[in-house]
Design a protein around this ligand. Structure first.
Ligand SMILES: Cc1cn([C@H]2C[C@H](O)[C@@H](COP(=O)(O)OP(=O)(O)O[C@H]3O[C@H](C)C(=O)[C@H](O)[C@H]3O)O2)c(=O)[nH]c1=O
Length: 187
């Protein structure tokens, strides 16, 4: 019921649930803990989030929560398209500060799994884009952190979705990676 492939960073996966079509349309199991566990995904999710972005070029991130509220995320798009980015922020990791990106869309029906220890961000590629995602720990403003989306130490190749990016003040003023409290890497 699932296609799963590694995106080249520890535990960062593209997941594509099957869509079972018939004359009415389709049915898809978009989350199944047992099926994910069978593919080595141990995270259990406790909260669903839904964000709507009116404009293409809306950039959200890079975000993460610190322990004990560190979150794994399972992200998908039900309308529009996003360029989704995951960054390894585990100090001592052989892939520290490395990033991978994936286009998520309703058309592709794909999802990205963001493990604990990674920062997450996205930029919308279409107007009126809606992102649904599950998180493995509840929201905690106290433990929430941001890193600058354009930190040269990370060097994310954001697409020129539009000539003007739209960001929250929090994201526009986020600290750089080297100024941030990060995760410890355990081999
Ligand atoms: C994340 C979150 C936020 N909020 C409140 C806090 C603010 O009053 C408002 C907007 O929050 P924020 O500006 O952090 O939302 P985004 O910029 O979309 O951030 C999210 O999008 C990026 C891509 C992520 O990966 C994070 O999971 C998440 O932080 O919702 C809640 O009430 N619960 C929550 O779980």
């Amino acid at each position: 019921m699932l296609e799963v492939r590694s995106l080249g960073l520890d535990g960062v996966l593209e997941i594509v649930p099957r869509r079972l079509g018939d004359e009415r349309g389709f049915f898809s199991e978009t989350y199944n803990a047992e099926t994910l566990a069978a593919h080595g995904v141990a995270a259990i999710f406790v909260q669903d989030n839904h964000s709507y972005s009116a404009a293409a070029g809306t950039l959200r991130g890079l975000h993460y929560q610190l322990p004990p509220k560190a979150q794994a995320k399972l992200v998908r798009v039900v309308r529009g398209r996003v360029f989704d980015v995951v960054v390894d922020i585990r100090k001592g990791s052989p892939t520290f500060a490395k990033w991978v990106a994936l286009e998520l869309s309703a058309e592709k029906w794909n999802q990205i799994l963001v493990p604990v220890g990674f920062a997450h961000g996205l930029v919308t590629l279409d107007p009126e884009t809606e992102v649904l995602y599950k998180v493995s720990e509840h929201y905690s403003a106290e433990h929430e952190r941001s890193i600058r989306y354009d930190d040269p130490e990370i060097g994310i190749g954001w697409p020129a979705a539009t000539d003007r990016l739209q960001l929250s003040a929090k994201d526009r003023n986020a600290p750089l990676l080297h100024e941030s409290i990060l995760f410890e890497f355990t081999a």
